[in-house]
Design a protein around this ligand. Structure first.
Ligand code: SAM
Ligand code: SF4
Length: 441
């Protein structure tokens, strides 16, 4: 047997890219590749990239610059760029970095085996199509090897919402939901390999409307209940949700379905209606408050998280004050906040009214101080409480194990003989800035 070729994938950006990287590695298995943890020993390096903000895209070019030395020393090394930068820049990447052998977009990576063969034959390989066929149906069956207790599962991709700042509708394409049967088959397969928690992924996962076995469209709530029937699957999460797609059935499921975890990522982006309108967000500040209220009625202990953009074109101090006010009123358990980054091709990039970068930075600092304080308060409030923890891996100290609480906090516990995949009740005894400590109940 010929020796296996070695593949190193570096993943940037969102959880969907983490999932895609797994599937890319699996797709290249039949071409003789096994994955390795270091670029130095690889025969092929794939960068699975993110284009959401300018810095994310520039990181890819810096990494390619760093890889140039490796490629000069080992000309046989193949270098590929996948993901959203590949989609947005296409052949331009090969012009800017001629050592790149392969470029593949997020909707065509099921064709990686042919592309790799072409690159292996010394030709440049490029595919940034939005093909008719469903890539997930075209990808080879997933391997049967054992795996860790948590997994991502993409159920919906792309976006038709066209927020004025966002590249996703252009890089990931139109919104598409995977059929229910395929999702259930993949979930059962993951569970048979040791997975106990599945996070369903979608750019707007709660807009899910996959074809059900009855030929009708199923919403996310119905899919969640069907997944909850799988023996051995202990926890279900989903992300990212759009405020406008939180329907009654899904809100009720948050209260009723035991396996659905009490954590919801529900980005609002800004607190001022004027800015929300300019962002083309299609929800208002009030409609967001109302949806949060309904969710908290259904599931009072829910941990809410969100995304915020500060410094969107024309954002005034008064608009920003409304964002701060919204954050105070909602009180988040965790949050992600970003300075607006102008993305070529998006409607907002064409507009005037760009906010002074220093003003935007000052607003971001102020917002993050508030969000961090809320996050810390939420974590401190966990002390003395009992929570479920799914243990994933050993911690840094002897005898220590780390897992995730129902509310997605990292929890450290010192206890002998706890195997990864164990789900146990834990009493929280201490809260740090980023993790909790607990003891088994
Ligand atoms: N679909 C999700 C939603 O609507 O909430 C989020 C998708 S996006 C991958 C993740 C986050 O990146 C967004 O929620 C937004 O806060 C941020 N983002 C997107 N475009 C951005 C831009 N041009 N500048 C700064 N942040 C941006
Ligand atoms: Fe981007 Fe808006 Fe779609 Fe989210 S809903 S992916 S922010 S366009």
């Amino acid at each position: 047997m010929s020796e296996a070729k070695k593949l190193y994938i570096k993943t940037y950006g969102c959880q969907m890219n983490v999932y895609d990287s797994e599937r890319m590695a699996e797709a290249l298995g039949p071409n003789g590749y096994v994955t390795v943890d270091s670029p130095d020993e690889a025969d092929m390096i794939l960068l699975n990239t993110c284009h959401i903000r300018e810095k994310a895209a520039e990181k890819v070019y810096s990494e390619l610059g760093r890889l140039r030395g490796l490629k000069t020393r080992r000309p046989d090394l193949k270098i590929g760029v996948a993901g959203c930068v590949a989609q947005a820049e296409g052949a331009e990447i090969m012009l800017r970095q001629p050592m790149v052998d392969l470029v593949v977009g997020p909707q065509s990576y099921h064709r990686l085996p042919e592309l790799e063969a072409k690159a292996g034959g010394g030709q440049k390989a490029l595919d940034t199509d939005f093909p008719e066929e469903d890539k997930f149906a075209e990808l080879a069956a997933r391997p049967k090897a054992k795996r860790g207790p948590t997994a991502f599962l993409t159920v919906q991709e792309g976006c038709d919402k066209f927020c004025a700042f966002c590249v996703v509708p252009y890089t990931r394409g139109a919104e598409v939901s995977r059929p229910v049967d395929r999702v259930l088959t993949e979930a059962r397969d993951l569970v048979s390999r040791g997975v106990r928690e599945i996070t369903l992924l979608g750019q707007n996962v709660n807009a899910y409307h996959g074809e059900g076995p009855d030929g009708r469209d199923w919403g996310l709530a119905r899919l969640v209940y069907a997944l909850a029937e799988i023996d051995g699957l202990a926890r279900i999460r989903f992300t990212t949700s759009h405020p406008n797609d939180m329907d009654n059935a899904l809100i009720a499921a948050l209260g009723d379905c035991d396996k659905l975890m009490p954590y919801l990522h529900l980005p609002v982006q800004a607190g001022s209606d004027r800015i929300l309108k300019r962002m083309n967000r299609s929800h208002t500040r009030d409609s967001y408050f109302r949806v949060v209220e309904r969710i908290r009625e259904a599931r009072p202990d829910i941990a809410l998280s969100g995304d915020f953009i500060v410094g969107f074109p024309e954002e005034t101090d008064a608009d920003f004050a409304e964002t701060m006010d919204l954050v105070r009123r909602v009180n988040y358990a965790a949050c992600f906040s970003f300075k607006y980054s102008s993305r070529p091709g998006t409607p907002a990039a064409e507009r005037g009214g760009q906010v002074d970068p220093e003003v935007a930075s000052a607003r971001l600092i102020e917002l993050q101080a508030l969000l961090n304080a809320q996050q810390l308060a939420f974590m401190k409030a966990m002390v003395g409480r009992e929570v479920g923890v799914l243990f994933e891996k050993p911690g840094r100290h002897p005898g220590q194990m780390v897992g995730k609480s129902d509310y997605l906090h990292a929890v450290h516990v010192t206890a002998e003989g706890l195997a990864p995949g164990t789900l146990a009740r834990v009493r929280i005894i201490d809260a740090g800035a980023n993790s909790l400590a607990g003891v088994l109940v």
